[in-house]
Design a protein around this ligand. Structure first.
Ligand code: ZN
Ligand code: ZN
Length: 358
């Protein structure tokens, strides 16, 4: 190496070293601009008019660094709805540049802890970010009332602190907490219209997550496009009926192969509780190939696996998870991760995936 090149390399290293040492000072002038940009950013500015679905939580109850608890957001014209409120979902919305203060309602698929444990956070962030004057509606099958009452009781003191601290102009007490909007569980073959506003129609239908009852999935129709969300279910004929010709089917899935490995590891480790749980959970979720069979039977155009169990934390686990899926379903298949957004422009057949903001 010539002396000149060596000198240049040393100079570059010195400059980088200096910049690194001064990073605390350099970041300050950049922050105000960055904060200002983030505060006005709105994902809807980048969406074609139509129906869109964002993944604010792609995982299930087990911790996964790429997948928070189950949470989806539906964007359609003026409508902004969440489906389930798993841990981390509300915070992800902020990072995804979805204005949580404008969320119209949360739809719950069922009352398992991983689907409701972010409800308090969701209600609080929605209330406080835009001084909402009415509580967050929680639309769910009958039985949601005590769930909502419990969250409201738990967060009552927090609401008083915030109103006292910021004043009721910022934290109006009329907007704190949640309000239950129960609907009757439709029988198999029937559906319940749970939302019909601004061109967006949402129906709920029964799925099978026994012994968990009630358990529903939802279908969203807007601008000639459709999205179906399974909730937690085994392979369900009723879902296949209501997912007919859907553009996008978001289906939960549990890999029996991967959970089976956890089961035998728990057995070898003498962990009786984990051994039992990893056996029990295999009975109330569809496997990836069963979800693929539902996508094929319903003629859905694209399948997105969400509520992915177990966490896919090592390279290659995704291949085990997806093994056999393409033999059953010929449409496009995606494994959801937090931050994914699918845009379905009105009156077209396009399904676009936006660049993740996370
Ligand atoms: Zn679940
Ligand atoms: Zn569940």
């Amino acid at each position: 190496m010539s002396r000149k090149i060596a000198l240049a390399l040393v100079s570059i290293l010195l400059v980088f070293g200096l910049l690194f040492a001064l990073r605390g000072l350099l970041v300050v002038p950049m922050l105000e601009r960055a904060f200002g940009r983030v505060m006005v950013a709105d994902i809807r500015d980048d969406l074609a008019p139509g129906l869109a679905v964002g993944i604010c939580g792609a995982g299930g109850p087990m911790p996964d660094p790429e997948r928070s608890g189950p949470c989806l957001v539906i964007i359609a014209g003026e409508n902004l709805l969440m489906v389930d409120a798993g841990t981390g979902g509300a915070r992800n919305l902020n990072r995804m540049q979805v204005p949580i203060g404008e969320v119209d309602a949360v739809l719950l698929t069922h009352f398992h802890s991983d689907h409701i444990d972010g409800l308090g956070e969701t209600g609080t962030l929605r209330w406080i970010s835009t001084a909402n004057t009415s509580p967050l509606p929680v639309i769910a099958p009958r039985g949601v009332e005590p769930v909502v009452d419990g969250f409201n009781l738990s967060y009552a003191k927090d609401a008083k602190y915030r109103a006292a601290h910021h004043g009721v102009g910022v934290a109006p007490l009329s907007g704190k907490g949640l309000s239950a909007r129960p609907f009757g569980l439709p029988d198999a073959g029937a559906s319940a219209v749970v939302w019909d506003q601004g061109g967006l129609k949402v129906v709920a239908f029964k799925v099978n997550h026994d012994p968990v009852q009630p358990a529903v999935g939802y279908r969203f129709d807007y601008g000639g496009r459709s999205v179906v969300v399974s909730g937690d279910t085994t392979q369900s004929e009723n879902l296949e009926r209501f997912a007919r010709d859907a553009d996008l089917l978001l289906h939960d899935a549990l890999s029996p192969e991967l959970v089976g490995i956890m089961h035998s590891a728990a057995n070898k480790a003498g962990n009786d509780i984990l051994e039992k749980i990893t056996l029990d959970i295999q009975g109330y979720h569809a496997s990836p190939t069963e979800a693929a069979a539902s996508a094929a039977a319903s003629n859905s155009r694209q399948l997105v696996f969400y509520h992915i169990v177990p966490p896919l934390v090592l390279p290659g686990m995704d291949r085990v998870f997806l093994a056999g899926v393409e033999d059953i379903y010929s449409g496009k298949v995606s494994l959801a991760q937090d931050g994914m957004v699918f845009s379905l422009p009105s009156d077209s057949t396009d399904i676009l995936e936006l660049k993740s903001r996370l």
